[in-house]
Design a protein. Structure first.
Length: 252
């Protein structure tokens, strides 16, 4: 085991090979992480502090430091805890595109269920077991394509970044994406935007580009990732075709 890993993260990797039974009472790393996730699910990252975590568990803050070095380590372990890869991503899939779409759907479900994930500080590349498992499954979807390994890594980074950004926007919009809010915003734009100053924006407004269809469901009114993902995958498809054509022997 890499002795440069934080204590809690090292424990995560060790448990991949041998899982020790959780003690029946008292503190344990898994209980600390589980309580932290519960706090974050209920009140966001602001609800997670060493003091609040200790209070929820019924111990003193100092007792937590036998298991974790600091709050940042807790956050890393929380992320790994909620980011378990669903079994469906290990099932065969018909084609790279369907595979990445399935991967993104699973990511979206996880990010919506634990919206605080989008607020976690990014301190480096993926390093926890479950984070790396997600990367592995995305690369697996691209197996057999004409992409080089650097191409595949670039595609995975692009798609993962897009999903995280879109989930963050969806979370931050929240009630602002409701039908009433969108209608109010559209009315406000209609009054503010004149054709002389903003001609193309005026055309878009008049065409209903910022409105939802009257019969759109609440789910359809939420900020979603589908449109952007389709455009990204169209670009990946073009890249795969280009790589395939470049690999073909030239006739002579």
């Amino acid at each position: 085991m890499n002795d440069k890993l934080p204590a809690g993260l090292g424990s995560l990797w060790e448990r991949l090979d041998e899982s020790a039974p959780e003690p029946r009472q008292g503190l344990s790393l898994s209980r600390i992480v589980r309580a932290a996730v519960e706090l974050a699910d209920a009140g966001g990252l602001d609800a997670v502090s060493m003091a609040k975590l200790a209070k929820r568990l019924g111990f003193t803050p100092m007792s937590l430091y036998r298991y974790v070095a600091n709050k940042n380590e807790v956050l890393l372990l929380m992320l790994d805890s909620v980011a378990a890869v669903p079994a469906e991503l290990d099932e065969p899939c018909d084609g790279w595109r369907l595979g990445l779409e399935r991967w993104c759907r699973a990511q979206w479900v996880m990010l919506r269920a634990h919206s605080w994930v989008v607020d976690l500080p990014i301190s480096g590349p993926p390093i926890t077991p479950n984070q790396l498992a997600w990367t592995d499954r995305a690369l697996r979807a691209l197996r057999g394509t004409a992409l080089t390994e650097p191409d595949k890594a670039g595609v995975v980074l692009l798609v993962a970044s897009y999903m995280l950004t879109t989930a963050r926007m969806s979370t931050e919009l929240g009630p602002a994406a409701s039908g009433e809010s969108v209608a109010a915003h559209s009315t406000l734009l209609g009054g503010l935007v004149d054709a002389q100053r903003f001609p193309d924006l005026r055309v878009a407004i008049d065409a209903g580009a910022f409105d939802y269809p009257p019969d759109a469901t609440e789910e359809e009114r939420r900020f979603h990732y589908a449109f952007g993902l389709t455009r990204i995958l169209d670009g990946v498809e073009t890249l795969i075709r280009h790589r395939s054509e470049s690999a073909r022997p030239s006739g002579g």
